[in-house]
Design a protein around this ligand. Sequence first.
Ligand code: PEP
Ligand code: MG
Length: 563
Amino acid sequence: MSRTLTGLAASPGVASGPIVRIETEEIVVPATADPKGALAAAAVRAQQHLAALAKQAEAAGNSEGAEVLRAQALMAEDPMLQDQTEEHLDQGQDLDQALREAGSELQTMLASLPDPYLAARAADVGEIVDVVRRELAGVGHGVDVIEQPSVLVAHELTAATTATLDPNVVLGFVTETGGATSHVAIIARSLGVPAVVGVADLMETSAGAERIAFDGSSGEIALDPDEAEADAFAERAVAQAEREAHHATFQGQSVSVDGKSMVVCANVGSPADIERAVAVAAEGVGLYRTEFLFLDRAAPPTEDEQYEIYRGAAEAFEQHVVLRAFDIGGDKPAEYLDLPEEENPFLGQRGVRLYEDVDDLFASQVRAVLRASAHGDLGFMIPMVATVEEVRTIRGRIDALAGELTAAGTPIGTPAIGVMIEVPSAALIADSLAPEVDFFSIGTNDLTQYTMAADRGHARLGALHDPLHPGVVALCRATAEAGLRHGIPVSVCGEAAADPVAALVFSAIGVSKLSVGANSVNQIKATLAGQREGVLDQVAEACKTGTTAAEIRASVAAVMTVA
Ligand code: PEP
Ligand code: MG
């Protein structure tokens, strides 16, 4: 029987298909009389599982993913992990302890190797150990072999798992946890995978359901849809395809809204995203979330590895490529930094608050950025800035590192240095920050989270998370006005930039650049270019008089032309 549910719209698009449930079972490796035999048998099954995944990735045309999985299958067979585990068993440890310790020793050993390829294999060891433990415990493998294009239904997906989803087989996903600006949602949008998150009681309600249809733009979901529901979702898919075809006619155009030109760039997190941004003719990169290059691996990327990636980004566009210093912390931890557990990670040591403690890592990134800047128009911006002192300290460190490289004869460029305005205090002291930097970029995801005191990943607080709340709009306006007064450009790179209503608000308050997921570049261009003369004054008025987010939304929607 069909059932309907609603969640938070996280990534647009209509998806419909069979359900693959991802059970988050606890891994409990049972005690056994023959641990060595159990280990050997589990390793064989792990190898078979990984080889099957590799085949699936290959068939889906994901040859990069297939190669990684094939390498993992080979490593699962390799006696090194088993031998090392057996040594720990001989010392009296139980099987789970022995396996985990052997894995972490192998990881440390590989991560210390100078060859970057081998060092990167350290992360694979962690994943193989996980697969073997799941085999021993008899629990599922998270995102498993997907036989046919399907929709994932899960309690939770991690940012790392989401980044490895293959859009050819994953038609979309629906999760019980998460907010619309959580990093899982952001990655889904960049992959073009429709998603709804924050669906209360999803796992319980969907138990036994075989098919699902949902709209990632509205958050509506039908479990085992009947014919009429299936038809309605199919119609939405057709309407969306028509809208996309219209948006695509703006590809490559420079646009203005009501006579004011607006640069539309893409947000990226990997070299593959750069290709997506180039494919939609984005005018540059407004936000490169470099931390994604540092996550889900056992050791950070080397300076040279980073240099190659940043140089590739600089060379992909003629101008406007903004790299953000790694924003590790919050919902993006990096295991190898071994940072202490925090009670409130989003209010803790995140972004700029971390750099002094991990100076070697920060210096390696700055050196890589400075070197890559010799090859194109790069900007470098600092996340989570709350004070003027933070900016001065970081600028001092960058200058010192630039001095060292120049003294050593290494060619470097001079990247523009900016700050993200995503902490309310930064917006309120924008006039004091402006003389210290070359540009501002407003991060509405965090600015909304911190202004509203509402965790951006919280499934129940979606309603508080509207960047058009008058309080958030006031901070954005204060930032834009300070930028205008001091003659520095102000952009918006939070997810709100991809919301057509909010994009008009930002245009009206003086923002000159928007940076959005690659899939939204054409839509935002179409929206801006499609407005009539005089609209921005009306939008500015709506922002001044609206007392709630809903009022501002409704007033702007009433005067805008929908693309
Ligand atoms: C933001 O906070 O709006 C932003 C762009 O950064 P992130 O989403 O990566 O925190
Ligand atoms: Mg942020």
